[in-house]
Design a protein around this ligand. Structure first.
Ligand SMILES: C[S@@+](CC[C@H](N)C(=O)[O-])C[C@H]1O[C@@H](n2cnc3c(N)ncnc32)[C@H](O)[C@@H]1O
Length: 235
């Protein structure tokens, strides 16, 4: 939906969100050239819990977010099927668990060996009750070490919330180091042009990501929430 239509639909909400994104949010969470992601995301999940507005789009209703997630979930499943990614006997690392929407899909598809990583851990206790066999770790993927090698690493709706170039480069290097010999890394959404939107959103292009994975195999895909995505294979 265009900014104009968003304004026409809900002028008060539109202005409130603009003031938050441009003034109040940066004042509360802003840091030099970026933001305090730990504080921002923990506050957000504290506020929303499992309501999909937490990991999704705050400007949309719960129902709109649910519809958007159903579509995104089906796109995710189609990509796994198309690339013939057999997930039940492999080690999976999910970066940016959020409110565990994709964790649920992975669980339903029979994943046994799962690690979920997030900078925000306020929902971990609940996640552990829902998925007692799964492992959840609090890490900042842009600067913390991550142990182990994984056959499938997913990073969905996370990269656009890493707003500093050097931080994303560092995150991608860490991910590269965590891929097993036949490892697959799935990242989405990506957009044609890299661009900063506001204090906690910066979209990145597939080319930017590919540049950090020299020698790897790439499979581009479209249609993830209307944007692009990328599968990177170690072999
Ligand atoms: C928009 S939410 C998406 C959550 C989930 N992947 C989904 O699609 O529902 C972004 C997630 O990335 C996490 N995140 C943001 N920056 C991070 C970082 N530097 N390291 C680890 N996780 C981060 C947030 O805490 C949040 O859970």
């Amino acid at each position: 939906m265009s900014y104009f239509n968003k304004f026409i639909n809900d002028p008060t909400g539109f202005i409130k969100r603009a003031v938050y994104k441009l003034v109040l949010g940066p004042l509360k969470y802003g840091e030099e050239g970026g933001y305090d992601a730990d504080k921002y995301w923990n506050d957000r999940f504290r506020k929303y819990g499992y309501n999909l507005q937490g990991a999704g789009d705050e400007s949309k209703t719960v129902e709109e977010n649910e519809a958007m997630y159903i579509e995104a979930g089906s796109a995710f499943e189609k990509i796994l099927a198309k690339e013939e990614i057999e997930i039940n006997n492999i080690k999976v690392l999910e970066i940016g668990v959020g409110s565990a929407f994709y964790t649920q899909i992975l669980n339903d598809k029979g994943v046994k060996n799962y690690t979920g990583l997030d900078i925000a851990d306020v929902l971990f206790e609940e996640h552990m009750k829902k998925f007692p066999e799964f492992n959840f770790i609090k890490r900042d993927i842009t600067c913390d070490q991550v142990e182990g090698k994984y056959d499938l690493i997913t990073m969905i709706d996370v990269s656009q919330h890493i707003v500093k170039e050097e931080k994303l480069v560092s995150a991608l290097n860490t991910i590269k180091g965590c891929m097993s010999d036949k490892g697959i890394f799935l990242i989405a959404p990506l957009t044609t042009v890299s661009k900063k939107h506001h204090f906690y959103v910066h979209s990145w292009s597939p080319e930017f990501v590919k540049n950090q994975f020299e020698g790897f195999e790439f499979i581009d895909f479209d249609g993830y929430r209307g944007d692009k995505g990328l599968i990177i294979r170690a072999s």
